[in-house]
Design a binder for this molecule. Structure first.
Ligand code: HEM
Length: 500
């Protein structure tokens, strides 16, 4: 045997020995499960179907345990009553940003000099709330009309077929992009709107090519062909989002203005700014489309729910002052008075929002559980909450948790239902699509109003039906656990036409 091979084998053996120096559980720590493969631990099972894996681990160890996943020790907490002791801890103990920065580099090739997440958050937060939120909501309605009604008018009357995910994702994304990143010209003309439609479609097309590969990009498991595809789509998007191109756009949101100023103040290069803008495009637009997809699919599969939402709309629209037909926006009174649609949205998110809520353990600390137990966490480990399993799919909290019930979040008097119980105790957070605590989603007001406006516009202006009414609700694409909204394994064909 040549020496090189022998040396290689010896090195591999040494590495294996080093890797298999196993960690042991210390007193006071959660149950520890290292799996059977040195270093990798449970990485393969976790990556394949995190929800099934974590369900199995919960059955084996209870609602807190530590597992080895690709060289990292991850403590998983699945008791929703105890989530507050994590999500309200200060950054000096449990850090939200370390993992976000890792993903930022790995997926979007973004490295920001002098990056201070708290400073960034303080600057960006006001641009998504109060008066700015109202301005975003109004701009979103106009842009939804531009892309949704404009495309339909261009395509002409009669029925059209496409996938429901494609339909929901493309229109919400394109309108959302125009709302945050600006439009071709103000005042809008038929030509500028046609350009807005074409340009936003271009951005969406390139974005989807990157976004489809996201789980693989995050895990670093792209094939050579996928790598090429991702690189060329990212390159195209960096051009489309370059600060020079954005400088020419009209009606840019105050969110974009503040973010560009923030990047400039940090001394970020032009090239890196375009990369950061792509990262933000994903963070702001990656979940709304899939959320609207599930909502519409559940409505199409549940005629009673669809009739209830339509009934609510028929009641609330005629009462709008001024009448909706005479305004360029939906009066807030319409959007704020749709408890049935709110319940449908909450129920859709309960069933399909599956983000990982991750924190890095910055110092050794004791984690108090709601039932009085306390567990020691080690510095350098990762802490993971997965509300999708509990409370969202917990049969103790929700009867028949797999079933879509449009009125699950409604009280008998029609008001919003917030009282859900586990272990006889009311849950503070009964569903966590937006996370919770210090790092709860800042865009949730804008996202909610955008999804609702999209659904209202679709119901007001379109006939929409499933190509095969008996089609089953598709399974999830299992590789997407952790990234926010789940996506279906395959799209669902629909047929739609604009009402004359
Ligand atoms: C259906 C749509 C959306 C969903 C389901 C969603 C969900 C989430 C989740 C789960 C988190 C992380 C919470 C944590 O780890 O503790 C988050 C954070 C965040 N989201 Fe969203 N999001 C959505 C849309 C948006 C939009 C449209 C924007 C902005 C326009 C936005 C801005 C943010 C920001 C800035 C953060 C970070 C907060 C921080 O650093 O503390 N999100 N979102």
């Amino acid at each position: 045997m040549p020496w090189a091979v022998i040396l290689g084998l010896l090195a591999a053996l040494l590495l294996l020995l080093l890797l298999s120096r196993r960690r042991t559980r210390r007193p006071g720590e959660p149950p520890l499960d290292l799996g059977s493969i040195p270093w990798l631990g449970y990485a393969l099972e976790f990556g394949k179907d995190a929800a099934s894996f974590l369900t199995r681990m919960k059955e084996k160890h209870g609602d807190i345990f530590t597992v080895l996943v690709g060289g990292r020790y991850v403590t998983v907490l699945l008791d929703p009553h105890s989530y507050d002791s994590v999500v309200w801890e200060p950054r000096t103990k449990l850090d939200f940003h370390a993992y976000a920065v890792f993903l930022m580099e790995r997926i979007f090739d973004v490295q920001l000099p002098n990056y201070n997440p708290s400073d960034e958050k303080a600057k960006m937060k006001p641009t998504l709330l109060h008066r700015d939120l109202q301005a975003l909501t109004e701009a979103m309605y106009t842009n939804l009309c531009t892309v949704l009604l404009g495309d339909a008018a261009e395509a002409g009357g009669g029925w059209h077929e496409m996938g429901l995910l494609d339909f929901s994702y493309s229109f919400l994304f394109r309108a959302g992009y125009l709302t945050l990143y600006g439009v071709e010209a103000l005042p809008r003309t038929p030509q500028s709107q046609a350009q807005d439609r074409a340009h936003s479609a271009d951005v969406f097309h390139a974005f989807r090519q990157v976004e489809r590969l996201l789980p693989k990009l995050a895990r670093g498991s792209l094939s050579a062909a996928d790598k090429d595809r991702a690189c060329s789509a990212k390159g195209r998007l960096w051009k489309l989002l370059s600060p020079a191109r954005l400088a020419t756009r009209a009606q840019r949101s105050s969110w974009l203005e503040s973010y560009l100023l923030h990047l400039e103040e940090m001394g970020v290069s032009e090239e890196m700014r375009a990369r950061a803008l792509l990262l933000q495009l994903w963070a702001t637009q990656g979940n709304m489309g899939p959320a609207a997809f599930w909502l519409l699919l559940f409505l199409l599969k549940n005629p009673e729910a669809l009739a209830a939402v339509r009934g609510e709309l028929e009641q609330v629209l005629p009462r709008a002052e001024p009448p909706v037909s005479q305004t360029a926006t939906l009066p807030p009174k319409v959007l704020d008075n749709m408890p049935v649609l709110d319940s449908v949205l909450s129920e859709s998110l309960r069933l399909t929002a599956a983000p990982f809520i991750t924190r890095e353990v910055v110092v050794d600390l004791a984690l108090p559980m709601a039932d009085g137990r306390e567990f020691a966490l080690r510095r350098g480990d990762r802490l993971l909450l997965f509300p999708f399993l509990s409370p969202q799919k917990d049969p103790e909290v929700y009867t028949d948790p797999e079933v879509f019930r449009y009125n699950r979040f409604l009280n008998p008097d029609g008001s919003e239902k917030r009282d859900f119980y586990k272990d006889g105790k009311r849950l503070k957070n009964c569903s966590l699509p937006w996370g919770a605590g210090h790092n709860q989603c800042l865009g949730r007001g804008y996202a909610t109003s955008s999804i609702k406006q999209f659904v209202v516009l679709v119901l007001m202006h379109f006939d929409l039906e499933l190509v095969s009414p008996d089609v089953e609700i598709p399974e999830f694409d299992l590789s997407r656990y952790g990234f926010g909204l789940m996506q279906p394994e395959h799209d669902v064909p629909i047929r739609y036409r604009i009402r004359p």
